[in-house]
Design a protein around this ligand. Structure first.
Ligand code: BES
Ligand code: MN
Ligand code: ZN
Length: 503
C-alpha cells in the first residue's frame, strides 16, 4: 500500500485529540495545583476582591473588561493571575463569553493547569456559561502537533471552572456538553489537518470504523467494488485518476425509542484536490486542498456527539471520500459520467469534482426518504471570494430548514449567509451531450454548484453549506485555531439537537 512507502509510523493516529482530552473540573473552590487563574471581570466596574486590584488600576493598565480582553498580573508567589474581560449585559452573549474564554486560554498558553473564576459577572444561564467557557478553552488550546516533534506548545491538562456553590450542577452539565461539542470539532480539525498521504480515503474509512462503538454509531465502509455495484459513477469518475481507492463511509445514529425524525447528512470528502486533468496551479490555495474533506470531517465529528447529547432524530450520513488526481487513467474533459440514479453529467472541468461525488450520495439519501438532507462541502472558491473566511454560504430549497440552519449557526458562532438558489441560472448547466454539465460558467460559481446539487435531492427539504472559505484560518482568532477550523461541526450538532421536520 502507498502508505508504507511514505514512512508513516505504524502507530501514527490521524485523530490524536480523541486520545488526550484535558480534564474539566467544576468547583466552588480553587484547587492548589493550578498554575494560572483567570478572574472574570465585567465592564461594569466590579472586580473580584481576590484579584487584589481595582477597576481603576486595571483601566490605567489598558484593561476595560470588554470580552476578549485579558491582562496578565505577575505575582511574587502563587499562581499567575489574569484579568479576563467578560463585558456586561446586554453586550454579554454566549458568543462573547466563548470568545472571552478563548482569549483567557491563549493568554495562559504557557500553562497546562488552568482555572477560571467566574464570580458573579454573568447575565447568562449557568449551563450556557459552563458550555461556552469549556468550548472557548478547548477549541482555542487545540493544536495539531503530531507531525512536529520539536513543538514547544504546552498542551492543556486541566481547566477548573470556579463557580458559585448554587450553580455547580448547571455549570457542570453545560461543561459536559461543551466537552462533547469541542471534542467533535477537534476531531474534525484533526482529520482536516492531516496531510493527504497520512489520511487517505481508505484510512478515513478505518477511522470511521474505529470510532463507531465508542459513539454508538453503525458504520459501513464501501470500497471500489461495492461502489461499482451501487452505480456511484460520480465518486468513481473522480477517483479514476488516483492510485488510492475511493471509500464511501455510511454512518448511522439511531436514538433510543422511536426517532422523532430522520435527517440525512452528505459530506464532501476530497482527501486532496489536485484538480485532476484540470490541474490546479501550485499556489497557496492548492496547498489548502488537503482540507477539501473538511465537510466530511465536520460530519464525522458531529456524529460523535449525538448519543452523548441524547439527540432524538435518526441521523444517516454519507461521506464521499477520494482524492482528485491527474494521471493516465483520470477522467478527461468531455467524458460523461452516469451518476447513481441514472442521470448523466458531461465533464467540462475536472476540478468541479465535489458536486460529482456529492450527487451519488444525495441520491442514496433520497432513497431513504428522510425529513431533511443537509450537505456540507468545501465546494467553490466562489464562496470564499464572496463571503471570505469567516462566513459560509447556505443554500436550500426549503426556507424553514435554512432558517433552522441559520439559527444553529448563530448559537455556535459558525456564521452562514443565505445565497439564492436562482433557477434563472439553471440553463448554464445545460449540456449538448448529457443531462447536465458539471460546470456553469465563470460567474456565480457557488450558485451554479448549488443548482447542480439541487438536481439530485428530489424535492426533499435540503440545505447546502458551502464551507470553502471557513474551513481554515491563517491565524489564531478567538476559538479558531490556525489551520483547520472544524467549521460546521458544532453547527450541525446544534441543528440536529433542535431539528423539527419542516413538512
Ligand atoms: N475544492 C475546490 C473549492 C475550494 C476552493 C475549496 C478554495 C476551498 C478553497 C473545488 O473542488 C473547486 O476546485 N472548485 C472550482 C469549481 C470550478 C472549476 C467550477 C472553483 O471554485 O474554482
Ligand atoms: Mn476542485
Ligand atoms: Zn474540491
Amino acid at each position: 500500500m502507498a502508505i508504507d512507502s511514505r514512512l508513516i509510523p505504524a502507530d501514527f493516529t490521524p485523530v490524536p485529540s480523541l486520545d488526550h482530552a484535558p480534564k474539566i473540573i467544576v468547583s466552588s473552590t480553587l484547587p492548589d495545583d493550578v498554575e494560572v487563574v483567570g478572574f472574570a471581570v465585567g465592564s461594569d466596574g466590579k472586580v473580584p476582591s481576590a484579584l487584589g486590584t481595582t477597576f481603576d488600576a486595571l483601566n490605567r493598565a489598558g484593561f476595560a473588561g470588554t470580552p476578549g480582553q485579558t491582562l496578565v498580573l505577575p505575582r511574587t508567589e502563587g499562581p499567575v493571575f489574569i484579568a479576563v474581560g467578560v463585558g456586561s449585559d446586554p453586550a454579554q452573549t454566549a458568543t462573547s463569553l466563548r470568545d472571552a474564554a478563548a482569549a483567557f486560554a491563549r493568554a495562559a498558553a504557557r500553562y497546562s493547569a488552568l482555572a477560571l473564576d467566574l464570580g458573579e459577572a454573568f447575565a447568562l444561564e449557568p449551563s450556557v456559561v459552563g458550555q461556552m467557557v469549556t468550548e472557548g478553552t478547548l477549541l482555542a488550546r487545540y493544536r495539531f502537533t503530531e507531525l512536529k516533534p520539536t513543538t514547544t506548545d504546552i498542551p492543556l491538562a486541566s481547566l477548573t471552572i470556579v463557580s458559585e456553590p448554587g450553580t455547580i450542577e448547571q455549570v457542570t452539565a453545560g461543561a459536559a456538553t461543551g466537552e462533547v461539542t469541542s471534542r467533535a470539532a477537534n476531531l474534525a480539525r484533526d482529520l482536516a489537518n492531516n496531510p493527504p498521504g497520512h489520511l487517505t480515503a481508505t484510512r478515513m474509512g478505518t477511522v470511521g470504523l474505529d470510532i463507531a462503538d465508542d459513539y454508538g454509531l453503525k458504520v459501513e465502509v464501501f470500497d471500489k467494488k461495492q461502489l461499482i455495484e451501487l452505480g456511484c459513477g460520480g465518486l468513481l469518475g473522480v477517483n479514476a485518476g488516483s492510485a488510492e481507492e475511493p471509500r464511501m463511509i455510511k454512518m448511522v445514529y439511531t436514538p433510543e425509542g422511536t426517532p422523532t425524525s430522520h435527517v440525512a447528512l452528505v459530506g464532501k470528502g476530497i482527501m486532496y484536490d489536485a484538480g485532476g486533468i484540470s490541474l490546479k496551479p501550485s499556489d497557496s490555495m492548492h496547498l489548502l486542498m488537503k482540507m477539501d474533506m473538511a465537510g466530511a470531517a465536520a460530519i464525522m465529528g458531529a456524529m460523535t456527539a449525538l448519543k452523548a447529547l441524547g439527540v432524538t432524530s435518526k441521523v444517516s450520513a454519507w461521506l464521499m471520500c477520494t482524492d482528485n488526481m491527474p494521471s493516465g487513467t483520470a477522467m478527461g474533459l468531455g467524458d460523461v459520467l452516469t451518476m447513481r440514479g441514472g442521470k448523466t453529467v458531461e465533464i467540462k472541468n475536472t476540478d468541479a469534482e465535489g458536486r460529482l461525488v456529492m450527487a451519488d450520495a444525495l441520491v442514496l439519501a433520497t432513497e431513504e426518504h428522510p425529513d431533511a438532507i443537509v450537505d456540507v462541502a468545501t465546494l467553490t472558491g466562489s464562496a470564499l471570494q464572496t463571503l471570505g473566511t469567516r462566513v459560509a454560504a447556505v443554500f436550500g430549497n426549503d426556507q424553514a430548514l435554512v432558517d433552522q440552519a441559520i439559527a444553529a449557526s448563530q448559537a455556535t458562532d459558525e456564521p452562514i449567509w443565505q445565497l439564492p438558489l436562482e433557477h434563472r441560472y439553471r440553463p448554464q448547466l445545460n449540456s449538448a451531450y448529457a443531462d447536465m454539465s458539471n460546470m456553469g460558467g465563470p460567474f456565480n460559481v457557488a450558485i451554479t454548484a448549488a443548482l447542480f446539487l439541487n438536481e439530485f435531492v428530489d424535492g426533499i427539504p435540503w440545505a447546502h453549506l458551502d464551507i470553502a472559505g471557513t474551513m481554515q484560518s491563517d491565524t489564531d482568532d478567538s476559538w479558531r485555531t490556525a489551520g483547520a477550523t472544524g467549521f460546521a461541526t458544532r453547527l450541525l450538532i446544534e441543528l440536529l439537537t433542535n431539528f423539527t421536520p419542516t413538512k
